[in-house]
Design a protein around this ligand. Structure first.
Ligand SMILES: *Cc1c(COP(=O)(O)O)cnc(C)c1O
Length: 240
């Protein structure tokens, strides 16, 4: 595990690189938010990140996230309670815990998930935001595969079938490659899908584009990302 000062230094470096990429793309400074992916890292890494003023985290396994983030939520000494986004594929039987700890679930890939989230949110009397994960590259397996299927889900949201759920955008994972053309194409695809969906469903507010990880976030920002999800470049290689 990296030391606290190394982690703080990494946050400084990555924030500078995000700012540079925003500027290179002629985008307003601050238009891209940083979701720090703390999966597989111990709770101390999250505390170190909070020392670097980071209060938005991403985790992909609910069980692991639940342990860490309930402990943090119960810690009366912290300055602000961090927000957690679930970014990994989610099983129905994990939704209960996911809703307890997360403010957003970025990995919606089927309507059954929304039904279960709605049920759990109603029970817990809370609201969560969601993003729709879209499949944009041959190698990634998760996410909606077709625009039509996505629109079926969005229609239900439009008809207010899920009053405790606030859709706010889209998420994708690019294929694992260094080929910049493939990365550009993957991110551009999500942007195109999001523009089409926003046009088709003007009553929804779908402005978030969660795309870009440690090795491809600069390209994602060029293609319009509003949120990058970065793990390794901040916390080092994952433990385990
Ligand atoms: C692990 C993960 C990330 C972060 O990946 P890094 O390469 O470590 O930056 C981002 N998004 C999702 C969905 C992930 O599972």
């Amino acid at each position: 595990m990296l030391s606290q000062s190394e982690i703080i230094e990494n946050f400084k470096k990555i924030r500078e690189q995000i700012a540079q990429a925003e500027s290179n793309a002629s985008r307003p400074s601050g238009s891209v938010s940083l979701c720090a992916v703390s999966k597989f890292h111990p709770i101390d890494a999250i505390y170190d990140a909070m020392q670097a003023n980071q209060f938005l985290f991403g985790e992909n396994r609910v069980q692991e996230a639940y342990l860490k983030f309930t402990e943090i939520a119960n810690d009366k000494t912290i300055a602000a309670v961090p927000q957690l986004h679930i970014i990994g594929s989610l099983q129905l039987n994990k939704v209960n815990h996911a809703v307890q700890i997360a403010s957003c679930i970025q990995s919606i890939d089927r309507v059954e998930l929304l039904k279960e989230i709605e049920k759990q949110c109603a029970k817990q009397n809370k609201t969560v935001s969601v993003m729709f994960e879209y499949h944009t590259g041959e190698e990634s397996k998760s996410g909606y595969k077709t625009y039509d299927e996505l629109c079926e889900t969005l229609s239900l949201c439009k008809e207010n079938a899920f009053p405790h759920i606030v859709p706010n955008g889209f998420m994708t994972m690019a294929p694992f490659t260094e080929d910049e053309r493939i990365l550009h194409a993957s991110f551009a695809k999500l942007r195109t899908v999001s523009e089409a969906a926003q046009k088709q469903f003007p009553e929804l507010s779908l402005s978030e584009l969660s795309m870009g990880m440690s090795n491809d976030f600069k390209i994602a920002i060029e293609e319009g990302s509003t949120m990058v999800r970065i793990g390794t470049a901040l916390f080092g290689p994952r433990e385990q």
